[in-house]
Design a binder for this molecule. Structure first.
Ligand code: N01
Length: 544
């Protein structure tokens, strides 16, 4: 590491950059700034090791929905050739192992302070530095501050009256105990049927005495069809690393496959069903790409929705349970589409039941379990909250960031997130947010959008240093234009029609309803950013 530290007015060392988070984003950002630009960089991480999302999300069945040969770094094909995945979708243990492999390979860990949570960051305009405080009492200063805190790292535990009185144990899937949870012989409740709940229920059911799934909103799911990878596929990946990387970078969702050009509505019914059937058997997120118009046209979407609902009715034996599971009120993939390993089949087990909390909501948690509005009480030993996250804005707002003149990020985002390209907020010079709201992030395969942001930020900082520029900051006007573009892109799809989606912040009571991720496609977003950089970082004010 080259030393570029300078001394601040107060005498404390000023780093070049601070990177918050040691997941996919923070690790790569630290590496790019340290080894690519020769900066003095300090990483700060709340967890006890690298992994980010995967450090915390160790719940039963936690597995990535993106196929393993696309869920890794692609900035160098060397890493792609050195690592071998064991299954079609990587499980959380294997992903953490992979990230440790990369961290060791890049010699990243020594530059991170683990078990260190950032509790405040304030811009000091006179010194042009960010002053960062941690829960260990540390104070650090740096010219550039990069947040790499993930989009789904602030657990949403609903405020249900009586939780503190519960005599059993409760857990949130996103803060899962590292020693695991033993469900053997226990009466378990799972609240939530999003991607997480759909993964965890089948695994919890294997050992619990009884599992009761509390469903507020029924959800689609397509089989993952997970399986061990064959040697020949692994060989294919190794020999085609560059092609896979190019395809991921060129596709709308950062996946190694492209959506079909076929239109559902122009395909005869018999062929359409046959194509859905093939996609169902192949499994995975690719189902969404069966037709081009699925997310743009409601009538087209209805054909996919009906296909999946019929599958649910065919799988689940109890007609009442099947109807409840198939009673889905939003277009397919307007919420993040889950994939599963035996989710609907789980409801055929004798030790699993489904409870509708849409029409009969949870009223309270009692010392012995969960009570519903109609007075029914479910006696429980363990409650699992698979209730999601205060997504995208939550992880940033809890950093307690203040920009120029003490301007609070929370104040600027009172009515919902506003920024430019998902990367910068006016009033917060030299602060960069990797996969912030307003970027493709959660609508894309995360490592792909992370790499693009990390590289953009590193290039921008290199540009500033080369040209003797001290600050980079966007403007109110640029933010306004970008927010309009984010809204335009979302409204061109069916995504906003799922009114209870976390994409809109609707899962957190009181959170502003604003469509947060950029739905214009990763490949288009990449071009926008390339043009911005090529035009002297258009939309950012660079000051000497
Ligand atoms: O969270 P969610 P998640 N009472 O918000 C319900 C990523 N991910 O953790 O829909 C009763 O989707 C809520 O009901 P409703 C992926 O991007 C990735 O499952 O709000 N129920 C919903 O059913 C995903 O989208 C992977 O009506 C309550 C559920 O809890 C994102 O993480 C795996 C409730 C929350 O679903 C989040 O998924 C898993 C209440 N008070 C997740 N509050 C991989 O790729 C909430 N709910 C591996």
């Amino acid at each position: 590491m080259t030393e570029h530290a300078r001394t601040s007015v107060s005498g404390t060392e000023v780093l070049d950059a601070i990177v918050i988070g040691a997941g996919f984003a923070g690790m790569y950002q630290l590496y790019r700034l340290r080894d690519g630009l020769g900066l003095k960089v300090q990483g700060l991480e709340a967890g006890g090791g690298v992994g980010g999302t995967w450090y915390w999300n160790r719940y039963p069945g936690a597995r990535c929905d993106t196929e393993s040969h696309a869920y890794w770094y692609t900035f160098t094909t060397d890493l792609m050739k050195e690592w071998q995945w064991s299954e079609r979708y990587p499980g959380h243990v294997e992903i953490v192992r992979y990230l440790n492999f990369v961290a060791d390979k890049l010699d990243i860990k020594r530059c991170f302070r683990f078990n260190t949570r950032v509790v405040g960051a304030t811009y000091d305009a006179a010194a042009n530095v960010w002053r960062v405080r941690t829960d260990n009492g540390d104070e650090l200063s740096a010219t550039y501050l990069v947040t790499a805190v993930g989009c789904l790292s602030t657990a949403n535990v609903p405020k249900i009256p009586g939780l503190e009185s519960f005599k059993g144990k409760w857990f949130h899937t996103g803060q899962w105990p590292h020693e695991g949870v033993d469900f053997t012989g226990k009466r378990v409740a799972q609240i939530g049927t999003g991607s997480t709940g759909i993964q965890s229920a089948p695994v919890i059911a294997e050992t619990a005495a009884h599992l009761t799934v509390f469903q507020r909103t029924a959800n689609y799911s397509v089989p993952a069809s997970n399986a061990p990878l064959s040697d020949s596929f692994r060989e294919y990946v190794k020999n085609n690393a560059e092609l896979i990387r190019q395809n991921m970078r060129a596709s709308a969702n950062g996946q190694p496959f492209f959506n079909s050009d076929r239109l559902a509505l122009e395909t005869p019914e018999e062929d359409r069903q046959a194509l859905y059937e093939v996609a169902w058997r192949r499994g995975g997120l690719q189902f969404r790409g069966t037709f081009q118009d699925l997310l743009a046209n409601k009538a087209a979407n209805d054909t996919a929705a009906e296909f999946i609902k019929n599958k649910i009715r065919a799988i689940v034996k109890d007609p009442k349970t099947a109807e409840l599971l198939a009673d889905i009120d939003h277009p397919y993939a307007a919420k993040r589409p889950p994939i599963d390993s035996g989710y609907f089949e789980t409801f055929n087990r004798d030790n699993v039941s489904l409870v509708d909390v849409r029409n009969n909501p949870i009223e309270a948690i009692t010392p012995d379990g969960i009570r519903l509005r109609d007075g029914t009480e479910h006696k429980l030993d363990i409650i699992v909250f698979a209730t999601g996250f205060d997504a995208m804005t939550g992880p940033l707002l809890r950093l307690n960031i203040r920009g120029r003149d003490g301007l609070e990020l929370a104040k600027v985002w009172e009515g919902g997130p506003r920024n430019y390209l998902g990367l910068q907020v006016a009033g917060f010079p030299n602060l960069f947010t990797v996969t912030g709201p307003g970027s493709p992030s959660v609508l894309c395969n995360m490592p792909v959008c992370i790499e693009q942001h990390v590289e953009f930020i590193a290039d921008a900082i290199a540009h500033m240093r080369k040209n003797g520029l001290k600050t980079m900051e966007t403007t109110e006007a640029e933010m306004e234009k970008w927010v309009a573009e984010v809204n335009r892109a979302a409204n061109a799809t069916l995504l906003p029609q799922a009114t209870h989606s976390w994409y809109l912040g609707a899962n957190v009571p009181g959170k502003p309803r604003v469509f947060m991720p950029y739905a214009g496609g990763m490949q288009n977003y990449r071009k926008i950013c390339e043009n911005v950089a090529a035009n002297n970082y258009q939309g950012f004010v660079l000051s000497a």
